[in-house]
Design a protein around this ligand. Structure first.
Ligand code: NAD
Length: 351
C-alpha cells in the first residue's frame, strides 16, 4: 500500500510511520515541522527507500494537491494537528487554523483526488481521520465514552478537534468520501515531546527537579501505549467500515497522581537516587482552567469488529518508556534545552 501520513513527524504520527514502513508498505510523511514535529523521530526509517518526507502545510491546498498527485496514495491517515491543551488555552488561533481550516483544505483536495481515481482504486481508497476522546467532554466517577456519546468539548483544543471530526463526517455523508474516524485516549511512550505529562515527569525526576501536579492530582485519564495505538490506527484505516468511527483506549484508567508515583517507582528501581525516593519531588500547583475531571473510553466496538486490544499494561508501558528516555538522551536533550525555562516546560500537562 501507499500511505500518506499527515503529522508523521509528531509523536503518534511517527509511531504510525515506523509501524507502516515496518509492515513493508510505502509511506509519505507530510508534515509542516512545527515545534512538535521532529525528524529525529523518523530516524529509524530515514534510510529506508520505502519512506519519503515532505515538509508542507495541510492548509496549503496546492502543496496537498501536488503531494497526492505525485505519491498517489491508497490511504491517507490524517494526524497533523496542534495537539497541546495548555497551548490552546494560551493561543487558540493556531488550533483553529490547522485543526479546522487545515482539515477542511485537506478534505477538499483528497475529495478531488479520490473522485478522479480509476474505479477499482476508488473503491479501495480510505481517508482516516485521527481524533481524541476529549471531544466528548468530561465524565463523572462512572461511565465510559462510547462512539455515540454526544460531543461536549471543553477546551479550545478539543473544540477544534470536534469541529474537524464533524467536517470529516459531513464529507463522507454529503460527498461519499470513504472516510473512517477514530477517537483515542491519552497516549504515552517513546518520542513523546518533553512538555507532556509523562516525559516531563520522567525527565524532571531524573534531574531531581520538582514534579508539578495540577490541583490535587485526582483527574483521571485512560492511557494507551503509542505503539498499541499505531497498530489500532492501521487496523481501523484498512479494515474499518467507511462512515464509522471507532474509540481506541488502553483499558488503563489512572489518576494523575498515581501516574506520577508509577513513574517515580519505575525510575527508582532502574536508577536509584541517593537523596531518597523521587516521590519527594511532587508539588501540587494551581489547576488548569476548565480541567476535565475524568476521561474513560469504551473500545469494545473496535475489539468486537476488528479484533484489536492493547498489548501493553500501564506498568509495562511505563517501564519501557522510562527505559527509552534513559537510553535516548540525544533525542530529548536538545528539545529540553530549547524549551528550558518556558512555562510549558515547567508545568504539568496531560497531552
Ligand atoms: P504532535 O503535536 O506530537 O504532532 C503533530 C504533528 O503535526 C507535528 O509533527 C507537527 O509538525 C504536525 N503539524 C502541525 N500542524 C501542521 C500543519 N498545519 N501541516 C502539516 N503538519 C502539521 O501530536 P500527536 O500527539 O502525535 O497527535 C497526533 C494526532 O492524534 C492529533 O490529531 C491529535 O489530536 C490526536 N490524538 C493525540 C492524542 C495524544 O495523547 N497525544 C490522543 C488522541 C488523539
Amino acid at each position: 500500500m501507499r500511505v500518506l501520513i499527515t503529522g508523521g513527524a509528531g509523536f503518534i504520527g511517527s509511531a504510525v510511520v515506523r509501524y507502516v514502513v515496518g509492515l513493508g508498505h510505502e509511506a509519505l510523511t507530510f508534515d509542516k515541522l512545527t515545534y512538535a514535529g521532529n525528524l529525529a523521530s523518523l530516524a529509524p526509517v530515514s534510510d529506508n527507500p520505502r519512506h519519503r518526507f515532505l515538509k508542507a502545510d495541510i492548509c496549503d491546498a496546492a502543496a496537498v494537491r501536488a503531494a497526492l498527485a505525485a505519491f498517489k496514495p491508497d490511504l491517507v491517515m490524517h494526524l497533523a494537528a496542534e495537539s497541546h491543551v495548555d497551548r490552546s488555552i494560551d493561543g487558540p488561533a493556531a488550533f483553529i487554523t490547522t485543526n479546522v481550516v487545515g482539515t477542511f483544505a485537506l478534505l477538499q483536495e483528497v475529495l478531488d483526488y479520490w473522485r478522479a481515481l480509476p474505479e477499482a482504486q476508488k473503491v479501495a481508497f480510505r481517508f482516516h481521520h485521527i481524533s481524541t476522546d476529549e471531544v466528548f467532554g468530561s465524565l463523572g466517577p462512572e461511565g465510559l465514552f462510547r462512539e455515540d456519546t454526544p460531543y461536549a468539548p471543553n477546551s479550545p483544543y478539543s473544540a477544534s478537534k470536534a469541529a474537524s471530526d464533524h467536517l470529516v463526517r459531513a464529507w463522507h455523508h454529503t460527498y461519499g468520501l470513504p472516510a473512517v474516524m477514530s477517537n483515542c485516549s491519552n497516549n504515552y511512550g517513546p518520542y513523546h515531546f518533553p512538555e507532556k505529562l509523562i516525559p516531563l515527569v520522567i525527565l524532571n525526576a531524573l534531574e531531581g527537579a520538582e514534579l508539578p501536579v495540577y490541583g490535587t492530582g485526582e483527574n483521571v485519564r485512560d492511557w494507551l501505549y503509542v505503539e498499541d495505538h499505531a497498530e489500532a490506527l492501521f487496523t481501523i484505516a484498512t479494515r474499518g467500515r467507511p462512515g464509522e468511527s471507532y474509540n481506541v483506549g488502553g483499558a488503563s484508567e489512572q489518576r494523575n497522581i498515581d501516574v506520577v508515583h508509577t513513574i517515580c517507582a519505575a525510575l527508582d528501581a532502574k536508577v536509584p537516587d541517593t537523596a531518597g525516593p523521587r516521590a519527594r519531588l511532587i508539588r501540587f500547583v494551581a489547576d488548569r482552567p476548565g480541567h476535565d475531571a475524568r476521561y474513560a473510553i469504551d473500545f469494545s466496538k473496535l475489539h468486537r469488529e476488528l479484533g484489536w486490544s492493547p498489548r501493553h499494561s500501564f506498568e509495562d508501558g511505563i517501564a519501557s518508556t522510562v527505559q527509552w528516555y534513559l537510553d535516548n538522551r540525544t533525542w530529548w536533550e536538545p528539545l529540553r534545552q530549547r524549551y528550558q525555562g518556558q512555562r510549558l516546560g515547567l508545568t504539568p500537562v496531560e497531552k
